[in-house]
Design a protein. Structure first.
Length: 194
C-alpha cells in the first residue's frame, strides 16, 4: 500500500493538471468565440456599407433621371409657350390685316385672341408648377426609400465573450491542494488508528 503523502501528492498533481487543462481549453474557446464575433461584426459592417452604397447610388440615379425628365419637360413647355405666343401674334396679325375697318368688333376679336393666348400660357404655367411639385415629391419618396434601405441594415452588436479567470484557476488548484491535504490527513489518521 502507498503511503498517504504519495497519494496526496498524486491527487493534488492530477487535480492541478486537470484545472490547468480546463483553463487552457476555456481560454482557447474564448479566443475562438472572440474571432467568430469579430468576423460577424466585420461581415455585418461590410454588408451595411454595401447596402448604404447601393441605396445611395439608387437615389442618385433616380434623382438624375427625374432631373433629366424635368429638363425635357421644361424644354417641351418652352417650345409650347413659344408656339402659343407665335400663334397668338399670327392670329392678331391676320385679324389686323383682314380688317378693313377698326372699331369695337376688331378690338373684341383682338381681346379674345389675347385672352385665348393668355389662357393657354396660364395652363402651361400651371402644368409646369404641377410637374415640378410632382418631381419634388418623387425625389422625397426616393430619398425616404434610400434612407429606409440604409436603416434596415442593423449593426451587429458583439456578444461579450466569457474568458476564464486566472483567479479561478488559482482557486481550483488551491481547492485541489486542500482536498489532497484532507485526504492525506484522513489516510494518516486511519493508519495511526490501526
Amino acid at each position: 500500500m502507498c503511503d498517504p503523502a504519495s497519494i496526496a501528492i498524486a491527487t493534488f498533481a492530477a487535480s492541478a493538471i486537470g484545472a490547468a487543462v480546463d483553463y487552457q481549453a476555456q481560454s482557447s474557446q474564448a479566443r475562438q468565440q472572440e474571432q467568430v464575433e469579430n468576423q460577424r461584426f466585420q461581415e455585418t459592417e461590410r454588408f451595411r456599407f454595401a447596402n448604404a452604397e447601393s441605396a445611395r447610388n439608387a437615389f442618385v440615379e433616380n434623382a438624375a433621371q427625374l432631373r433629366i425628365k424635368q429638363r425635357q419637360e421644361s424644354t417641351v413647355r418652352a417650345d409650347e409657350t413659344a408656339r402659343v405666343d407665335r400663334e397668338r401674334r399670327q392670329v392678331q396679325g391676320r385679324v389686323l390685316a383682314s380688317a378693313s375697318t377698326g372699331g369695337i368688333g376688331l378690338d373684341n376679336i383682338l381681346t379674345d385672341v389675347a385672352r385665348a393666348g393668355g389662357l393657354a400660357l396660364s395652363n402651361l404655367e400651371t402644368q409646369r408648377t404641377f410637374d415640378d411639385q410632382q418631381t419634388e415629391q418623387e425625389l422625397t419618396g426616393h430619398r425616404a426609400q434610400a434612407l429606409d434601405a440604409i436603416a434596415s441594415a442593423r449593426p451587429y452588436i458583439q456578444q461579450p465573450v466569457s474568458r476564464p479567470s486566472p483567479l479561478g484557476l488559482a482557486v481550483d488548484i488551491g481547492t485541489a491542494g486542500i482536498n489532497a491535504y484532507g485526504n492525506y490527513y484522513n489516510a494518516k489518521a486511519k493508519r495511526t488508528a490501526s
